[in-house]
Ligand binder design. Structure first.
Ligand SMILES: Cc1cc2nc3c(=O)[nH]c(=O)nc-3n(C[C@H](O)[C@H](O)[C@H](O)COP(=O)(O)OP(=O)(O)OC[C@H]3O[C@@H](n4cnc5c(N)ncnc54)[C@H](O)[C@@H]3O)c2cc1C
Length: 184
């Protein structure tokens, strides 16, 4: 694949800036009161206490974190089942078995509406009924966004283009390197 750098074909390495700065946290879809212990999925998880995991994606990350936290975890999902997207890999049923075995509490068909110090406010997706859960920390396992902070970059690779997986980051990094003269 040919990558054009600043309109110039095959520049030398010293002339090229490759941005590989990863992703940044997404925009919360719920209110956050001042003083609330809320972290993005890449942030530090509390060493003790009840941790609520907001998982609007249904992918492997929130499920894996919930498994690691065990009975300290409350997994909040808008879906009817935890880790909805795991059906693609065949891990949907096994993951739900593991979550049950680890004692994870699962709040199904639920939307996170508000995070306040010591609690989260949840809404039933079908009935609209609201309820409050006491938690010590909220971890937002939702979608992250591209990081465009390095505006002077000639080439962008990986999650700073669009948050995906390690596979794309390595592939695009390799393509970028090969596009620069003298790196072969
Ligand atoms: C919790 C979690 C679990 C994941 N699990 C998986 C998984 O199991 N499998 C998988 O394939 N993918 C997984 N991913 C996605 C994977 O981590 C990313 O797709 C991948 O790391 C992207 O690589 P990257 O090099 O683009 O960015 P990153 O790995 O995020 O690296 C970016 C680096 O740039 C640094 N940086 C940022 N700004 C600057 C700056 N201005 N100057 C200098 N350095 C800077 C950052 O500190 C960071 O070290 C997971 C992501 C998360 C958040």
């Amino acid at each position: 694949m040919a990558i054009e750098v600043g309109g110039e074909a095959n520049p030398t390495p010293s002339e090229v800036v490759i941005a590989a700065t990863g992703s940044r946290p997404g925009i919360p879809t719920y209110s956050i009161a001042p003083g609330t212990n809320v972290v993005d999925v890449a942030g530090p998880v509390a060493a003790s206490g009840v941790v609520a995991l907001w998982d609007p994606i249904g992918g492997p990350i929130a499920v894996a974190l919930a498994e690691a936290l065990g009975a300290r975890a409350v997994l909040i999902t808008p879906d009817q089942i935890a880790g909805n997207e795991l059906s693609r890999t065949g891990d949907l049923a096994p993951a739900n078995v593991r979550l049950q075995q680890k004692g994870v509490r699962i709040e199904r068909r639920t939307i996170l509406r508000a995070a306040r110090p010591g609690e989260v406010e949840l809404e039933d997706r079908f009935s609209g009924a609201r309820r409050v859960l006491a938690v010590d920390q909220l971890v937002d396992c939702g979608f992250r966004l591209p990081d465009e902070s390095v505006s002077t970059a000639d080439i962008r690779i990986g999650d700073c283009v669009a948050p995906r997986t390690i596979h794309e980051a390595i592939l695009e990094g390799r393509r970028a390197a090969l596009a620069i003269d003298g790196v072969r």
